[in-house]
Design a protein around this ligand. Structure first.
Ligand code: 6R9
Length: 681
């Protein structure tokens, strides 16, 4: 039996729910009303008299906090017996053990019971004004048919399905169908190339099925997704079946491996299936999905998230950071291929019974008013986007915003990279008419959901432009100095770590737990290391200062410098890639290239070739903005390329070059400075 708490009268009447409710009610009747006003799920926690006290308790007594919230927010078929069993020094993270549930039931069935006609998805298709709505009832039906179809084609609990699709209802249904039958999903961003797709498929040895579409449509341009899958398949012999849905009317070549799903709305194969699909009963710590992200080595890591903790954290942050209320239309414009799409297009909003927007287009298609036209048409209440898009739109001017009615907007969010003050102010003043809080949300694929954001806090609490500011419930950030000591004072900067586990954090790297430990837990034993640097202000607010490792952030997309360097070109002896400040993309890619001896090529031709290779091997966004040919690269005596020095040179910060005494040959730096100066002239 499924036990959605606080959802349907039938279920709430269950003995477990009665027991838990009763135990909360008698704990602290005194403080209940106050806390219940802003967080009903914490109403029973003892001695909590206000928001600040609740935040305090969520860290000092995190087990009670998370237990209360988990019981209230999620619908369990069996209650958990252990809130957490974590040991950060060993990278061991387990939450809500003993608990059994199904994520798709939490995201669909419980809302269908209460309000089947509520709109779950609004698909804002690339073609402006052609949006399509899907109710919770319809989404459940689509998910169940797809779940049955997957089962019929042999997908079992514990298998992993790759989803290579643009943001569309069938992609969401595919994710939820996997969750329904207990398979994990691995969504690969549809902008990734065949090689990048193949690498991500091969890394997981159990990946036997792919779901894709014939073609994608974005910004008026058609992308050949099925053809890309065909190319990737040449190096993925384990894949047995490819499901192909039709996003456009153009037929594509089908092979023996392919199964046509036909029209997007009326998937013929799917129509054969029953609309009822028994949900698999999953353990809290069973895998929900893998999602690949770039690290500081050439090989992307498949971060693993599990069922209950991830869903709870996505739902809770969605509700409280954005102040989402029942009936709101939530518009997160991220692609489902990134963690932001997973947590705030799909899982968080659907767990909360929200209407969530699936944005298929670009901010400037067909014109730079696209977002705000959409806000007016769909009556969006919370808008969540990336600084790179805000910076781009700012340049087009206020008239594109002012043309449209944005009075439905209540909260504006920003994610993916630091938002500079100018962009923040414009977002606040022009887009939000100065009346909507702007929440700059800091988090990562690894954290599962938002960890630092200005809200939740008191409605009139100050928000400082460009600062993520306040840790979320249960989040305990610390800053570390270069010696690995915790910095206790304010007005200080250091490496951002987390001193306590929280339910949303990733559990491992697929097939490589040692890499998980080495990357996140070994640098500061006993702490989770984020890879970011941060500043803590006098008031104790956090501001993210950027990555401390060799990862750059292009338009909010992570890319490891090593990944780009690993793209092999026969003419190149070695290369070094660094990020530099870019006025729209946040960071651009600057590649230094040393040619093999005796190679005689035109630099312009080789640059074109290298750019093409990076697009082909990884994705377009990773392609270098500048390629600088050099005779040699600055190296330490042990032969390590000094990217720190190259970064300073590219940023024209010659004063900040720092200590060059460890360089093997300091003249190498001078040569590069000269070459760049000539180029700039
Ligand atoms: C959600 C997401 C994570 C990295 C992260 C940091 C950067 C994200 C930020 C931010 C400054 C913010 N980042 N949000 N930097 N301010 N509000 O983007 O996940 O793709 O894994 O990237 O992005 O450097 O470490 P992911």
């Amino acid at each position: 039996m499924w036990l959605p708490c606080g959802c349907t009268s039938k279920y709430v009447a269950s003995s477990f729910a009665r027991r838990t409710l009763a135990s909360y009610l008698h704990v602290s009747g005194r403080s209940r009303c106050n806390v219940a006003a802003f967080m009903p799920e914490a109403a029973g926690l003892e001695g909590v008299s206000g928001r600040a006290a609740l935040r305090e308790l969520s860290v000092s007594n995190s087990e009670s906090f998370w237990a209360a919230v988990a019981r209230h927010r999620l619908c369990w078929s069996t209650p958990f017996h252990t809130v957490q069993d974590c040991d950060l020094s060993r990278g061991k993270i387990k939450w809500f053990e003993g608990g059994k549930l199904n994520v798709s039931v939490n995201c669909l069935d419980r809302h269908v019971h209460t309000c089947p006609e509520r709109v779950a998805l609004i698909w804002e298709r690339d073609e402006r004004g052609s949006e399509m709505k899907y109710t919770y009832g319809e989404l459940l039906e689509m998910t169940c048919r797809l779940g049955n179809l997957l089962r019929r084609h042999g997908v079992k609990r514990g298998d992993c399905v790759t989803i290579y699709m643009p943001t569309c209802p069938l992609a969401v249904a595919s994710m939820l169908a996997c969750a329904r039958i207990g398979a994990a999903h691995n969504v690969v961003f549809a902008g990734f190339s065949a090689d990048a797709l193949a690498e991500r498929i091969r890394d997981g040895e159990m990946l036997l099925l792919i779901i894709t579409v014939n073609q994608g449509v974005r910004g008026g341009k058609v992308t050949e997704l099925k053809k890309t899958v065909d190319t990737a398949m040449q190096s993925c012999p384990t894949v047995k079946q490819v499901f192909v849905a039709m996003r456009t009317d153009n037929p594509v070549t089908m092979t023996a491996r392919d199964i046509a799903m036909e029209e997007v709305r009326e998937q013929k194969e799917m129509l054969k299936e029953d609309v009822v699909c028994e949900p698999a009963v999953m353990n809290s710590e069973d895998v929900l999905f893998l999602l690949y992200t770039s690290g500081s080595t050439g090989k992307p890591k498949g971060l693993v998230h599990t069922q209950a903790g991830y869903l709870l954290y996505a739902a809770l942050t969605h509700r409280y950071v954005f102040s989402y209320h029942d009936g709101d239309v939530f518009g997160c414009v991220a692609d489902i291929g990134w963690i932001t799409g997973h947590s705030y297009v799909v899982y968080g909003p659907l767990a909360n019974g929200a209407t969530t927007v699936l944005f298929e287009s670009t901010p400037i298609y067909p014109d730079p008013g696209r977002y705000w036209d959409m806000v007016e048409r769909l009556k969006i209440n919370q808008f969540y986007g990336a600084p790179t898009a805000i910076r781009l739109l700012l340049k087009y001017g206020d008239q594109w915003v002012n043309k449209y009615d944005r009075s439905t907007l209540k909260t504006l969010g920003s994610v993916g990279e630091p938002i500079n003050t100018e962009a923040w102010e414009w977002y606040h003043r022009v887009v939000g008419d100065g009346r909507c809080p702007v929440v700059d949300t800091w988090w990562q694929t690894e954290t599962g959901g938002i960890c630092i954001a200005p809200r939740p806090s008191d409605p009139d609490a100050e928000i400082v432009p460009g600062m993520a500011m306040r840790p979320f419930f249960g989040i305990n950030p610390v800053l570390m100095d270069t010696e690995g000591e915790v910095l206790t004072s304010n007005n200080t900067s250091g490496a951002l770590c987390m001193a306590q586990p929280w339910p949303g954090m990733a559990r491992t790297i697929h097939n490589n737990h040692q890499r998980f430990i080495d990357t996140y837990f070994q640098p500061y034993p006993g702490y989770f290391f984020t890879g970011d640097g941060a500043y803590r202000s006098e008031e104790g607010y956090y501001q993210i200062t950027g990555r401390l490792d060799d990862v750059i952030n292009v338009s909010g997309h992570r890319i490891g410098t090593a990944e780009i360097e690993d793209v092999v070109c026969p003419a190149v002896a070695e290369s070094a890639v660094v990020g530099y400040t870019h006025s729209i993309k946040g960071q651009g890619v600057y590649a230094f290239v040393v040619l093999k001896k005796g190679i005689d090529v035109q630099e312009a031709d080789l640059s074109r070739q290298l750019n093409g290779m990076v697009s082909e091997k990884i994705a377009k966004y990773a392609s270098p903005d500048f390629i600088q040919f050099a005779k040699r690269l600055p190296k330490t005596r042990s032969g390590k390329i000094m990217r720190r020095v190259l970064r300073k040179v590219v940023e024209s910060d010659l004063e900040g070059l720092g200590d060059l005494s460890t360089l093997d040959d300091p003249a190498a730096v001078q040569e590069i400075i000269q070459a760049i100066t000539c180029r700039k002239k």
